[in-house]
Ligand binder design. Structure first.
Ligand code: NZQ
Ligand code: ZN
Length: 388
């Protein structure tokens, strides 16, 4: 097993009726920015619950944080926080609102151009230089509620860029599975596939000796396969909803990544598809992931075979046969979860996508991705072209 440090600063508060605890979790006398998205919280009662819990606090509201949150929108909130001396932010929403708030947290006291946080992929480690924040999660998917990373889109340049650092863990996250009853089916499907791919990015590499990490990762994958179709059809089923929410958090709260190699190239390529075509994040992963496993077959085949045997009970006479079946089963699961798995199903305009992505990666100096640093830009081209 590789050496590791496991640090997680988030107080994770899970279950029915927990939103009321916001009042105890925010430091007394805070001036709070309540940040939210396009308005779903007004329709499903979450806003009312949060407002009730915030009675007694001075609150300023900032809405309109988009899916794939935009730098330009967030800079308006940065100005409000500075002008009004706000000293706590409460994110109420899905991954986009939470990621947006992580950017606010980092940008308000940042000396210099806040765009550098994104372009230079700065690591934000100094807690005295951030505005503390908590979250009320409304969409299980990204794990952002219990990790310190975020992804922000710059409208002007169509760049979708990740950043983070240990100072950017939420102080608390309220995770009440009841909130998912108002989610459109498409978003639940996205959540399952995003979390599933988070596990695969940290699992589908090469054989190593971190036995427990593999077994935890497989437990999350098995749970998502077991509950995914059901929770998308019946989000009011609390057993399904609660396991869905916890699985999504566990998939990307840092735990399964410790002591093991990780890949993340599916995400890096997928972010470009969202930046170019506004395809939902999870859907980009369903397009790219299976083709990446095919192009990187030699590197990943042992782990693919293990995954196929343990998650889908595939059989075969060779590692290769089992690995191929594992990829087929993955695509079948994505289809079952309502995903389309080719780019042409989302846009007629795909012909130059590989050129565009390869150019961008070359400009950024991303010449070697993946757990073995063997995903060259030529391999990226192959993966993207295979995805058309
Ligand atoms: O904006 P509102 O009106 O709230 O509506 C949202 C949005 O339209 C809606 N929604 C959320 N909760 C709802 C609800 N509708 C009804 N009832 C509810 N309870 O769902 C839509 C999608 O929300 P969004 O937050 O965009 O989705 P998601 O949570 O999937 O987040 C996606 C973003 O997170 C990033 C993605 O790249 C993308 O920008 N990611 C963040 C990660 C992280 N921080 O660790 C990791 C991920 O890999 C991912 O990259
Ligand atoms: Zn993701």
């Amino acid at each position: 097993m590789l050496n590791f440090e496991l640090y997680n600063a988030t107080n994770y508060v899970f279950g029915k009726g927990q939103t009321a605890k916001v009042s105890e979790l925010i430091p007394k006398n805070s001036k709070v920015l309540l940040a939210y998205g396009g308005g779903s919280i007004f329709k499903n009662g979450v806003y009312d619950q949060v407002k009730t819990a915030l009675s007694g606090f001075e609150v300023v509201e900032f809405g309109g944080i988009e899916s794939n949150p935009r730098y330009e929108t967030l800079m308006k909130a940065v100005a409000i926080i500075r002008e009004q001396n706000i000293n706590f932010i409460l994110a109420v929403g899905g991954g986009s609102v939470i990621d947006g708030v992580k950017f606010l947290s980092a940008a308000v006291k940042f000396e210099g151009n806040p765009m550098d946080i994104l372009h230079k992929r700065l690591l934000i480690k100094d807690v005295s230089q951030v505005i503390p924040f908590g979250t009320v999660l409304t969409l299980p998917a990204t794990g952002s509620e219990m990790n310190s990373g975020a992804v922000i889109t710059i409208n002007e340049t169509h760049e979708k860029l990740a950043f983070g650092g240990s100072a950017l863990f939420p102080q608390f996250s309220i995770c009440d599975p009841m909130v998912i009853t108002s989610l459109p089916k498409r978003q639940i499907q996205n959540g399952i596939v995003d979390a599933y791919t988070h596990v695969l990015e940290q699992y589908l590499t090469y054989p190593h000796d971190a036995i427990l990490q593999d077994r935890i990762a497989e437990g999350i994958l098995q749970t998502l396969v077991e509950i995914g179709p059901g929770v998308a059809d019946n989000p009011a089923d609390y057993k399904l909803a609660s396991n869905y929410m916890w699985s999504c958090t566990m998939a990307l709260n840092g735990l399964i990544q410790k002591g093991v190699p990780t890949d993340w190239a599916t995400h890096m390529i997928g972010h470009e598809l969202t930046a170019l075509y506004e395809i939902d994040h999870a859907r980009t992963l369903a397009i790219i992931g299976p083709n990446l496993y095919k192009v990187l077959f030699e590197t990943k085949k042992e782990k693919l075979a293990q995954y196929g045997e343990r998650i889908f009970q595939v059989t075969g006479n060779s590692i290769e046969e089992k690995a191929e079946k594992a990829i087929e089963q993955t695509v079948a699961f994505f289809h079952k979860m309502g995903m389309q798995t080719t780019l042409s199903e989302y846009t007629p305009d795909f012909a130059k996508t590989a050129d565009f992505i390869v150019n961008r990666f070359e400009e950024r100096g991303w010449k070697a991705l993946g757990e073995k640093q063997n995903i060259t830009t030529e391999k990226v081209r192959e993966i993207v072209e295979m995805s058309y």
